[in-house]
Design a protein around this ligand. Structure first.
Ligand SMILES: Nc1ncnc2c1ncn2[C@@H]1O[C@H](COP(=O)(O)OP(=O)(O)O)[C@@H](O)[C@H]1O
Ligand SMILES: [Mg+2]
Length: 328
């Protein structure tokens, strides 16, 4: 695969009245062609700084960046026509229609006016193209913004937090749009601090925390390399749950959570061991389900932005982090 975007060792320090702030601290990223790549990290982790630096809007202190094989910012003029980006949320005139807005932008950018109906169709705004922008939902305004970035038929589309503020319906529309664009051969890089829907939109991800890359790869790779074998165990009603937990712990099980009617075993590489150990004490399992971690769990673990779930988390928390197998 060819990399459309490569960043290595990117550093950016902001100097302000409050002193020096390291926004990027040796950040690396690779985005392969034809992918929808999620750029994920909590607020303040350096996503916008990275994207602004890539686009030549701010100057890095150090690092190397290439877009479509060209070193940037030095060769930005050569590739600028191939990159569509929305980094600040664009402001549109509410009294203009989407069609008028895009026609003006096409005209100003020297783009063939035939692109206007084409991009309106692409983002699903054709039916509302003649309505005034102030009558649009936030999702429609976001799609208009995407349409404006698509006018010049970019090979790489960069969107900073495109799902921000959208309701689930709007996010679903955005997701379909991204998939359509990737299917047409475009590479899409989208940043987000919200994980839920990203997992479904992206082929691959880079997770950033405090200005550094903490994980990268295909969504399935990232999930596989950062999850441990966790199973949920439910026992027959009326069975002494803490008693069962004590038996398993004595055998080395890690119990990340204990609820009223079930518990989880965090290091169950051999789940049969759970049924065997409990059955030996005449305790019978009524449900044993693998708990598949999602990207959100990995993100929270890596970036440390998890809400502290005090009641359950303190139990065996340290042991659970070690991910060691048990009961083999
Ligand atoms: N213009 C600026 N001046 C000073 N600090 C900034 C500026 N822009 C961003 N920062 C700081 O840099 C860090 C990264 O910010 P940002 O790139 O906006 O993160 P994100 O987009 O992931 O939320 C934050 O600590 C933020 O406060
Ligand atoms: Mg940002």
């Amino acid at each position: 695969m060819t990399a459309v975007l490569e960043i290595s060792g990117l550093r950016k320090t902001y100097r302000g009245r409050k002193g020096v702030r390291k926004a990027l601290d040796g950040f690396d990223m690779v985005v392969e062609a034809g992918q929808v790549h999620g750029f994920l990290g909590p607020n303040g982790s350096g996503k916008t700084t990275t994207l602004r630096t890539l686009l030549g809007l701010i100057k890095p202190n150090d690092g190397r960046m290439t877009i479509l094989g060209q070193e940037v910012p030095r060769h930005l003029p050569q590739v600028a026509g191939l990159v569509g980006a929305i980094v600040e949320s664009p402001q549109f005139f509410g009294n203009f229609s989407a069609e008028t807005t895009l026609s003006l932008l096409a005209d100003a950018g020297g783009v063939n006016p035939h692109r206007v109906p084409a991009v309106l169709e692409l983002v699903g705004l054709r039916d509302r193209a003649k309505d005034r922008v102030k009558t649009y939902s936030l999702g429609m305004k976001q799609r208009l913004a995407v349409a404006s970035a698509l006018l010049k038929e970019p090979k790489l589309l960069i969107l900073d937090e495109p799902a921000n503020g959208l309701d689930p319906g709007g996010i679903r529309e955005m997701r379909t749009l991204m998939a359509d664009l990737a299917a047409s051969g475009m590479t899409v890089l989208l940043s987000s601090h919200i994980l839920g829907e990203i997992q479904l939109i992206c082929d691959s991800v880079t997770i950033i925390s405090a200005g550094r890359r903490v994980a990268a790869g295909s969504v399935s790779e990232v999930l596989a390399s950062h999850t441990s074998a966790t199973v949920k165990v439910r026992l027959e009603p009326g069975v002494d749950l803490p008693g069962a937990v004590a038996i398993l712990r004595a055998a080395g099980a890690v119990i990340p959570s204990l609820e009223k009617d079930h518990f989880t075993v965090g290091n169950a590489t051999n789940p049969a061991q759970i049924t065997k150990l409990l059955a030996e004490k005449q305790i019978y399992v009524s449900e044993l389900t693998p708990v598949s971690a999602d990207l959100e769990d990995v993100f929270l673990k890596l970036t440390g932005t998890a809400p502290v779930d005090g009641a359950n988390r303190q139990v065996d928390q340290v042991a659970a982090e070690t991910q060691g197998g048990w009961g083999q």
